[in-house]
Design a protein around this ligand. Structure first.
Ligand code: NAD
Length: 262
């Protein structure tokens, strides 16, 4: 695994997602869509024909991503939203509904696995925010809501993560899976809800970790021989959102190059 200061490829190809069965110009909302996995998901969604509502606390990242969508010939709006703020969520849903028919939601935003601060506060940001965003959508758009994908992690689900990350993170990510299963069954299967569990993925958040010898050593166990690209996580998210996965509901899909099994 190359260290951070060596030349390191940080992006994979943008896969051709056009056969997944989305209808053109239906809207997907992606929280944390201004960076990393969220940004790759926005670009893959745009390439698959969806219009995208990009929510992020980092407006510069959201706007830059919207610009890249337009360069791909797609449609996007960038909204400044803190997913822990009910008023901001309410306003963002209003703007999104005015933008188009929102059928898909990706709950991706969350604090880094190394975030400090109170355990319960971090749980609220990482897990509580998904409930706030999702339920506000379902209260107003239940007829349109078709499919949800939540970002879990192999941490808390396939690995303990002890030592390298903060205690809230595996707890929150195990909670994401429980919450996803609740959503999958609560409304009679519409919307469907599934979760993706990325392994170590190259994003602005994680790239600094690659120069830490203990982390680089742990990554040597990945059967794929490398960390994942955000585009590889985005491809799994788009599949689980799409009509191509119409009979998959309540699933957790690890996308980790086989790391958790090694
Ligand atoms: N990168 C990995 O190795 C990895 C592994 C497992 C799971 N994940 C999960 O994937 C998701 C994305 O991670 P990433 O590595 O792409 O991170 P990233 O830091 O590259 O991007 C996260 C984005 O979310 C935004 N964000 C953070 N808090 C927010 C808030 N309160 N409201 C709105 N936006 C907010 C940030 O501004 C940023 O644009 C997270 O849920 C993370 O836990 C990542």
């Amino acid at each position: 695994m190359p260290a951070q200061d060596e030349e390191m490829q940080t992006h994979g190809p943008l896969f051709d997602m056009r056969a997944l069965g989305f209808k053109a110009d239906e809207v997907v909302t992606v929280t944390g869509g201004g960076s990393g996995i969220g940004k790759a998901t926005v670009l893959a969604a745009a390439q698959s024909g969806l219009a995208v509502s990009i929510w992020d606390i980092n407006m510069a990242g959201a706007e830059e991503t919207a610009k890249e969508v337009e360069q791909l010939g797609g449609k996007a709006i960038a909204l400044s939203v803190d997913v822990t703020d009910p008023d901001a969520i309410e306003a963002a849903w209003k703007s999104t509904i005015a933008f188009g028919t929102c059928r898909y939601l990706v709950n991706n935003a969350g604090p880094p696995s190394t975030a400090g601060g109170p355990f319960v506060k971090n749980l609220e940001i990482a897990l509580g925010s998904m409930e706030l965003v999702t339920m506000r959508w379902l209260e107003t758009q239940a007829e349109q809501a078709t499919s949800i994908v939540n970002l879990a992690s192999i941490a808390g689900n396939y690995m303990g993560g002890g030592g390298a990350i903060s205690s809230f993170y595996p707890a929150a990510k195990a909670g994401v899976v429980g919450y996803t299963r609740y959503l999958a069954t609560r409304f009679g299967g519409k919307p469907r809800a599934n979760a993706v569990a990325p392994g170590m993925t190259l994003t602005p958040r994680t790239i600094p970790y690659f120069s830490i010898p203990a982390i680089a050593k742990g990554l040597e166990r990945i059967p794929a021989g490398r960390a994942g690209y955000p585009e590889e996580i985005a491809a799994a998210i788009l599949f689980l959102l799409s009509p191509a996965s119409s009979y998959i509901n309540g699933a957790l899909l690890p996308v980790d190059g086989g790391w958790a099994l090694s």
